[in-house]
Design a protein. Structure first.
Length: 234
């Protein structure tokens, strides 16, 4: 390992330790088991070498939000579970389904069909989370809560897909705890008809404590772990 790689590994290890302390404290505050919350390291715009370092530090769930970058890293970094956490264009669905283990951002019936076709073509089973809009206008993406039950039914019936749960991003300028409480209600509604859909993906660097209090089972963390993002390399 070069001196630069060693320094970066030490930086990531220190960041991971600090992040773990936050998650443990948040879980303890509400009597939750730390093991019930998965940490997804969002490595978008960071080099594949960082993904390797994180894997070697014990982080085995990694997230990306751009198809070209994610597809490349998926071929370069093995031994991890790849999460696609960004919006999926329908014409990119086949590609995403060929490498993503979990897609967090399914918000429309057309995308369900496209991901299903891609997963079947690739001979894979992809876990799907339904992205729920919590701001009323879709500014941060996601389906209106009223549309979620139909989406859940569509995913459960689609070949190559498995309905795993729900996801949301807290609206800007509002209390994230209140938003995540609404997501928990939607998650319960989905589970009433699809009891295996247990995942709630919510919470990022700035609001992870609120997400843990509201029952998240998956945190999507970038900045607190990797630092402020470098310019995207294209």
């Amino acid at each position: 390992m070069s001196r630069a790689d060693g320094a970066r590994a030490a930086e990531l290890a220190a960041n991971l330790a600090a992040l773990e302390a936050r998650i443990v404290a948040a879980c303890a505050e509400v009597g939750r088991d730390r093991g019930d919350v998965t940490l997804i390291a969002v490595t978008k715009t960071w080099p594949a070498s960082d993904a390797v370092l994180l894997r070697d530090l014990g982080v085995h769930d990694l997230g990306e939000n751009r198809d070209a970058e994610a597809a490349r890293k998926a071929t370069e970094v093995s031994g991890v579970r790849w999460h696609f956490v960004g919006a999926v264009q329908t014409n990119k669905a086949r590609s995403v389904a060929s490498y993503a283990d979990v897609v967090h951002s399914v918000d429309r019936l057309g995308l369900v069909a496209a991901l299903s076709a891609g997963a079947v073509r690739a001979g894979r089973r992809v876990d799907v989370l339904l992205q729920v809009s919590l701001d009323g206008d879709g500014a941060r993406g996601g389906a209106d809560p009223s549309a979620v039950p139909a989406l859940a039914d569509a995913v459960s019936e689609a070949g190559g897909l498995r309905l795993a749960g729900v996801m949301a991003v807290a609206p800007l300028g509002s209390d994230p705890g209140e938003a995540f409480d609404r997501l928990r209600e939607v998650a319960a509604l989905v589970r009433a008809s699809h009891p295996d859909a247990q995942v709630i993906s919510a919470g990022m660097s700035a609001d992870l404590e609120a997400a843990v209090r509201s029952g998240t089972t998956a945190l999507r963390v970038g900045t607190a772990l990797l630092g402020h993002r470098p310019p995207l390399q294209v």
